[in-house]
Design a protein around this ligand. Structure first.
Ligand code: 1HN
Length: 379
């Protein structure tokens, strides 16, 4: 987990860059710099680490501390002025790119009854996970959807999308997740405001759920060739029921308990090209083993309480808290309750890792699969 003597030995004798500075070399480097070039051996060890070295820090964002600040923004700015009224999650290691972890952005958006946020479209893919309130809706390419707590909603890249809360609703808060940092890193981001600022609703409300949302059944007239799921909303009730059935029918994964991926019903793949999502159930008393894998993961506690140990640091979480697991960080999850389920929603860049052939996974062999806990922050 830390740099060992073996790592140092490898750096020094195993064909890695190991050139000591001399006045002549330093002068040479300056000449190269003036020609907009550089000597590879001065950066090789940095740009080619032995294993992923995430710049992201494991962070737990406690909802009971954040919520009042999110609600305060309602009195301070309007959706019209702000575009979107969002408090974003600012990982101390990723502030330059406004990422919550790795190349993923996330924030908490708040809207009051009667408010609307106008329609726009962008190259970034987006999702929402509904945290609280009543009467929220979103419109994606003319498809209007109602939103309830723990519903998971897609706004795939390139789609027109806008949100609002019905006048007879309650203040609503949801988590946004986007691949904006990734799209920016790839220098591929476009953004457009809808010419009329609002879309006409062109279909029956929640039609994507009615057409595509039946478990195990695919409509005869597929007619869908886009690179993302035609099912835009994954409702909580059927998701939780599916997880309970799944957990009841087979043994737990030692790392994840019962974990199911939200899927594109056309092909069973991830919901969007760059962002995947899952919901997992940790049974009462579940004590997971540690593993690590490539990819950046952002969790929201949909139900229950427990803790996760991430790179040796313990994070105690409860409902609505959000925490991140950076790429290649050791992590293990525990459900603290002897009687209640714990459910973790998660979104990640797993589709990118898989498609680029960069996914790797490793179980912790030492210490019976448990990490030594280095710190126990106060809860
Ligand atoms: C966006 O389009 C939304 O549509 C929320 O609600 C957050 C953060 C960065 C860029 C676009 C939304 C966003 C965003």
């Amino acid at each position: 987990m830390s740099t060992t003597n073996y790592d140092i030995w490898r750096e020094e004798v195993a064909g890695r860059a190991n050139v000591e500075d001399s006045p002549e070399l330093l002068a040479y480097y300056q000449e190269l710099e003036s020609l907009k070039t550089g000597a590879l051996w001065t950066v090789a060890n940095k740009i080619e680490p032995w294993q992923p070295k995430s710049g992201s820090v494991p962070v737990l964002w406690r909802y009971r501390r954040l919520r009042e600040h999110v609600l305060r923004s309602v009195a301070l700015v309007t959706p019209e002025k702000a575009g979107r009224r969002v408090i974003y999650l600012d990982n101390p290691g990723r502030q330059e790119v406004a990422a919550a972890v790795g190349w993923l952005y996330s924030g908490l958006q708040v809207m009051h009854p009667g408010e609307r946020a106008s329609a726009h479209a962008h190259s970034a893919s987006a999702l929402r996970f509904i945290m609280e309130g009543r009467g929220a809706y979103t419109i994606v390419d003319g498809h209007k959807m109602t939103l309830d707590a723990n519903d998971f909603v897609l706004t795939p890249n390139g789609t027109w999308h806008e949100h609002g809360v019905e006048t007879d609703g309650l203040p609503c808060i949801w988590q946004d997740g986007l691949d904006i940092p990734l799209v920016n890193a790839l220098e591929a981001g476009f953004y457009a405001v809808h010419p009329e600022l609002q879309q006409a609703v062109g279909y029956p409300v929640d039609d994507s759920v009615h057409i595509w949302g039946a478990a195990g059944l695919r409509p005869q007239d597929v007619g869908w060739t886009k690179p993302y799921s035609p099912l835009f909303k994954y409702q909580w009730e059927p998701t939780y029921e599916a997880l309970q059935r799944y957990a009841g029918a087979r043994e737990d994964s030692p790392f994840d308990g019962a974990l199911m991926h939200y899927t594109n019903p056309v092909n069973g793949g991830h919901v969007m090209a760059t962002i995947g999502a899952s919901m997992q159930l940790l049974r009462p008393g579940f004590t997971g083993s540690a593993h690590r894998h490539t990819g950046s993961f952002l969790y929201q506690v949909a139900r229950g309480r427990g803790h996760s140990v991430i790179n040796g640091e313990r994070f105690d979480w409860q409902e609505r808290d959000i925490f991140c697991v950076p790429s290649w960080a050791w992590h293990e999850h525990v459900n603290a309750s002897a009687t209640e389920d714990a459910c973790l929603f998660c979104f990640s860049d797993l589709p990118v890792m898989e498609k680029l052939g960069l996914y790797r996974e490793e179980a912790l062999a030492d210490n019976g699969g448990r990490q030594p806990v280095l710190t126990r922050p106060a809860t």
